[in-house]
Design a protein around this ligand. Sequence first.
Ligand code: ZN
Length: 193
Amino acid sequence: MKVAKDHVVSFDYQVRNSRAELLDSSEGSGPMAYLHGYASIIPGLEKALEGRLAGDILDVVVAPEDAYGPRDERRKVEVPRSAFPADLEIRPGMRFHASGPHGTDHVVVVAIGADQITVDANHPLAGETLTFAVTIRDVRPATGEEISHGHAHRAGGCCGGHGHKHGDGECCGENHEHGDGECCGGHGGCGRH
Ligand code: ZN
């Protein structure tokens, strides 16, 4: 069965950045399953999987435009120290959720001045060319319920925990931190935020 719209595709993967550093993989969590044709994984990867078969092994190089977008230096901004909890020691690399005009952003602290703290709201993988090593494990027609929800279900039905939309820079609303390139729990990785 070929990968096509309204099919659930399970695949194992490793993803590396342009420096060949391993960012994420399905090892440990098991194959990732997604509903094809609903932009639930990055566009470059979804495009590359179209028409492929279970058992196919492929390397997919995805340019930033087809992954997490280019870096936007305007998304690097200075914030007054007073915007952060007073009792917290702020260090570079710390991540925060920030409410702004476009909803909630994930930001990372990049520099600390006397009164101002520079945060970067770019996706951690913005500007990165990603290389996926993919092994397709299974392709099956989606159920009507999966199609109406717009996502794949694991055995046992809807997990409920990912009944939400991921807009641009939007927090998934769950109580967990996002590591570099990490997707929300329910999606098993390499999804799009
Ligand atoms: Zn569901």
